[in-house]
Structure formats: structure tokens, C-alpha cells
Ligand binder design. Structure first.
Ligand SMILES: NC(=O)c1ccc[n+]([C@@H]2O[C@H](COP(=O)([O-])OP(=O)(O)OC[C@H]3O[C@@H](n4cnc5c(N)ncnc54)[C@H](OP(=O)(O)O)[C@@H]3O)[C@@H](O)[C@H]2O)c1
Length: 334
């Protein structure tokens, strides 16, 4: 082990509204030693995800001066567990730290021959699983149906749209820049795309959905979702996945009352958290990996280099800086 100092990033103060970089602090401490049944991992990729913003409102899930928790991929550098060996590549929830001592039972071993290891945080990890279970278990897509996905160019949205296409649906993506719309249409094969920042968003959305909306995969909430829900068909399904447009609001958002629309359309809206499906993860990962290996679905990543860039990367989620999964690369595999 050449380095002896571990850097961690802690929450320095609780954000109100949009967080700022000075609300995070880098700390230095010695690299930990593993206790019995633990290993020490060196972080290779660390994930930034929108849910972390909600955690930061909560004193128990994100205490001040404590390391920001979240998904990461790393390499075992020392082990006191029979389950993992030095050199193994693993994923876990040790968060924003360069080195961490973690119970071997809390880690998943990654097969680097299956796909690039960073995909364990994206298409073959939590975001891919969210797309898979939200679309299939709640959306229940049928061939020929129209699926609208908001946050379409992000980690979850890119996978939702592509697997809906594989099921024979017509897919409409909503995102916030022309570059993202071109990517969705030209590279991922979405049937229609709409920029929610356009002044003509409502009419463009209507034009993109001439047969109405059968499934709305809601990643963003707010006025975007109000517009989509106005177009739903009879017996529409709405997997309620995320509400990123509201995460930095300091007052409760008020929009149109959607209940009459849901009632008259006999529609179903269902919130879900991917962790509910934990027991089914292995089978879903096998399917997603098959699609990736067979080039049936593509994935893209926006990768920032350098541990100290984690706060910058995280804030970028709320500015639309990413296409596909947003990650920070911390170190190379040794
Ligand atoms: N239910 C679950 O278990 C679960 C699991 C994972 C994720 N989620 C949720 O799913 C959503 C997507 O997550 P992700 O990891 O795939 O993130 P992501 O889409 O990769 O990144 C966030 C994207 O949201 C868009 N955005 C930011 N502010 C917005 C606003 N005010 N209005 C509309 N769009 C906005 C930006 O794209 P543009 O450039 O298009 O604005 C940004 O790139 C989030 O709401 C997240 O909380 C839920």
C-alpha cells in the first residue's frame, strides 16, 4: 500500500435550496485497517445520485460532519474475510471516501469480464434496476403503446426508453438540451423527443404524442409531469420514480390537481423505491447484462476525474451536466 492518507468528503452544513460546494468538506485521516470479517477497499469510481439531495435534508441519514453515503466501486487492498481477496473488484455503499473498511457481507463482487466495472453503478446497477422494475412491474408495457419518459437522457431515463423500445413501444423522451435530444433520437432510437425548456413545450409534447400517453415514467415531477399527465389515455400507468425538479425547493410545490384526470382516465400512479425489488436483482442484472452484451441497449457515462470533484459532480445533476450515468473516477485498477 503506497498511500497512507485517506481523504473523505463530509457534509459541512445542511443545504437549504440548491446546495453549494462549500457545504462539503474534504477531510484527511489515516487509511483504516480492516476488523475481523472486513476488507479495506480503495475507491475506483464513486457515484453521485439525485437521492443524496433528499438524504441531506434528513439529520439521521446524512448527519453533519459525516461522510456522504452512496454507491461506489473499488478494489480490495486488504482482507480479513474468507469471502473476498486482495485485488477483488467490489461494489458497495461506502460513499465519498478514497479508502474504507467495510464488512465483506455488505459488498458485492463484480466480474470485470462481464462489462466495464463502472457499469455496476449505472446500467447494471441501481439506475438500470430502477428503469427495469419501474417500467416492467408498474408500467407493464405492451407493443404499440406510447411510453413517455422524463429525465430521458439521464442514468435511469436512457435505459427506460431503450427497454421500452425492445418491448415494441413508441417512445417519447423529454430532456433539457438539444444535444441530449439528438443523442436520444439519433443514437438511442427514441421515436420523438421534446425539450422541456422550450417555450412551446406543451404544444410540442402534444404533437409528439398524437395517440396520447399509455405509460408515463416520471423522473422529474413539476410542470413537466403536469403537462404529460394532461395527455394520458384510458388505463394509463404512471411509475412514479423521481421528482428531481422539487428536490431543491424550500417550499411545498403546488400544481394542478391531477386526481380528476386520474379518475376519469381510470389511470394508475404508483410510487416505488428500487430497494423493494432487492430479491429480484440477480435475474434483472442477468437480463440487463445480456442486452448490453448483445448491443440491444447502449449506455453512456459522464465521468469527472478526481476525488475532489465529487461535490461539483453532484451539483451538476441539478444543472443537467450529465448524459447517462454521472460518475467520478477516483483511481485506476491496480
Ligand atoms: N425510485 C427509485 O428507487 C429511484 C432510483 C434511482 C433514481 N430515482 C430518481 O430518478 C430520477 C432520475 O435519476 P438519475 O439517477 O437517472 O438522474 P439523471 O437523470 O442521470 O440526472 C438528473 C437529470 O435530471 C434533469 N433535471 C435536473 N433538474 C431538473 C428539473 N428541474 N426539471 C427537469 N429535469 C431536471 C437533468 O437533465 P436535463 O438536462 O434533461 O434537465 C439531469 O441531468 C431522479 O428523480 C431520481 O431521484 C429514483
Amino acid at each position: 500500500m503506497s498511500a497512507s492518507i485517506n481523504r473523505t468528503i463530509v457534509l459541512a452544513s445542511r443545504p437549504q435550496g440548491m446546495p453549494t460546494e462549500d457545504q462539503f468538506r474534504i477531510q484527511e485521516e489515516p487509511i483504516p485497517a480492516p476488523a475481523e470479517e472486513e476488507v479495506v477497499v480503495r475507491s475506483l469510481y464513486i457515484s453521485v445520485d439525485p437521492y443524496m439531495r433528499n438524504m441531506m435534508n434528513n439529520t439521521s441519514s446524512s448527519p453533519i460532519d459525516q461522510v456522504i453515503r452512496g454507491g461506489a466501486v473499488g478494489q480490495v487492498i486488504s482482507s480479513r474475510s474468507g469471502k473476498l481477496r486482495e485485488g477483488d473488484i467490489v461494489s458497495g455503499m461506502w460513499g465519498w471516501q478514497e479508502y474504507a473498511a467495510v464488512k465483506a457481507d455488505d459488498l458485492q463482487r463484480i466480474d470485470p469480464d462481464q462489462a466495464p466495472i463502472s457499469t455496476a453503478l449505472g446500467v447494471l446497477g441501481m439506475p438500470g434496476l430502477t428503469a427495469y422494475f419501474g417500467l416492467f412491474d408498474i408500467g407493464k408495457p405492451e407493443p404499440g403503446e406510447t411510453v413517455v419518459v422524463s429525465g430521458a437522457a439521464g442514468a435511469v431515463g436512457t435505459i427506460v426508453g431503450q427497454i421500452a423500445k425492445l418491448k415494441g413501444c413508441r417512445v417519447v423522451g423529454i430532456a433539457g438540451s438539444e444535444e441530449k435530444l439528438n443523442y436520444l433520437k439519433d443514437d438511442l432510437g427514441f421515436d420523438a423527443v421534446v425539450n422541456y425548456k422550450s417555450d412551446a413545450f406543451d404544444s410540442q409534447l402534444k404533437e409528439a404524442c398524437p395517440g396520447g400517453v399509455d405509460i408515463y415514467f416520471d423522473n422529474v415531477g413539476g410542470p413537466v409531469s403536469d403537462a404529460v399527465i394532461g395527455l394520458i389515455n384510458q388505463k394509463a400507468r404512471i411509475p412514479l420514480c423521481g421528482q428531481i425538479s422539487t428536490y431543491n425547493l424550500d417550499k411545498v410545490d403546488v400544481g394542478p390537481r391531477i386526481q380528476p384526470q386520474l379518475l376519469m382516465k381510470r389511470a394508475m400512479i404508483k410510487g416505488f423505491l428500487v430497494y423493494e425489488y432487492e430479491e429480484q436483482y440477480p435475474e434483472a442484472i442477468v437480463q440487463l447484462a445480456r442486452w448490453v452484451q448483445g448491443e440491444k441497449i447502449q449506455y453512456t457515462e459522464t465521468v469527472l476525474d478526481g476525488f475532489e470533484r465529487l461535490p461539483e459532480a453532484f451539483l451538476g445533476l441539478f444543472e443537467g451536466s450529465n448524459t447517462g450515468k454521472l460518475l467520478v473516477k477516483v483511481a485506476e485498477v491496480e
